[in-house]
Design a protein around this ligand. Sequence first.
Ligand code: HEC
Ligand code: HEC
Length: 373
Amino acid sequence: MGFVRKRLHVAVLAILVALVASAGILTTHAFVSKPEVPPARTAQVVPMSVEELGKLLFFDNRLSGDSSISCATCHDPEQAWTDGMALSAGYRSTLYFRNTPTIMNAGRMPLLDWDGRFAAGDMDSLIRDHLAEAHFMNVDGRLLVERMRQVPDYEAAFQEHYGSDVSYGKILNALSTYVSSRNSVNHPYQGFLYGDADALSPEAKAGLELFEGKAGCVQCHGGDLLSDGEMHALGVPDNPEIFREPLRHITFRRFFRLFGVPSYVSMRSDPGLYALTFNESDRGKFRTPSLLEAARTAPYMHNGAFETLEDVVRFYNAGGGQVGNTDPLLIPLELTDDEVDSLVAFLSSLGSDEGFTSIPERSPYETRTLGQN
Ligand code: HEC
Ligand code: HEC
């Protein structure tokens, strides 16, 4: 009997507590809307490699300040990872004053960028520069991290690979892993090197002989990458577009002002390595690019001065340009028209037959409920 009464007391107490609690909820509910139950965040990450994560980022335009461009806008896989233009377009409302190089084989180059301002193995710094620079992607690092943290797929992928939340350093690492995985494979020249004598046409073979002999190209374009990775002045003609288009010239001025180049306002020529060293002998020096994709990466040179490979070969045939510090290796080559054609045929064989790169689908934002960050 006593036991039953005690149970009754407990039950009455429970009902009272419930009533008070629900009254509380009802009254507050009248004034403040009840927070929604957060929907389950729908990460759909199929186990992916860091390289694939980097690929997602590479094609994601949320990596630029106004979400209008991605890395792939300028480094387009359909155009051998370049933009196909003489001079890069730059971030919206700016224009850049150099040609967009391919990202292929960049991970193996000893120096990065036309003026060699990033060292081998410093791909992360180059990518940080690309993300932050007003003329490339113009995105604030903290804003970028916050954006990425609101995408469940990214959140899950970073947890999976790095065991922690999305961070700027890890975004750089994933992008750099992807970029460094873009290497030239399956091209005729490579086939030829591995012993397939028919991989090159007879004309291209004659061109290769000139490349290594009479034309002397191999002195700078030697080794696996067809580049010595060094800096040389060739006296490539200036591209007047840089000074004709105000937006390009503004970027040019701002860039060299930042480096502290004194005459940046009146300068009418890209000083190249000089901006980094201030040695007069470095004026107009640029990094020897790899030629492994040369057939697919027109226009050529740091400023897109040459539209075709024939233009390039004719430039070398004349002994390069005449500047005070033109590299002594450049001398008039006296190639006949047939020899010029052969050399062009060889250069035209330099390009891999990369398959179509599927563009990954962008997974949507699902912002976290307040208080759950
Ligand atoms: C607005 C166009 C543009 C965008 C966007 C862009 N790049 Fe570039 N990229 C360039 C240009 C131009 C250069 C050469 C810069 C120079 O030498 O002054 C370059 C150089 C590079 C290089 C050096 C290649 C070499 O062989 O030296 C790499 C690697 C690279 N970009 C990767 C990226 C990645 C990764 C992203 C995205 C985070 C990106 N780029 C976004 C235009 C762009
Ligand atoms: C003294 C070293 C040197 C020699 C010799 C040399 N090159 Fe170059 N090459 C370079 C440098 C440096 C650049 C980049 C120059 C610039 O952008 O201003 C370059 C650029 C190129 C490019 C443009 C690649 C691109 O992606 O824009 C091609 C093509 C090329 N060279 C082919 C040749 C051929 C063919 C020969 C032989 C006839 C040759 N080179 C001889 C150093 C050299």
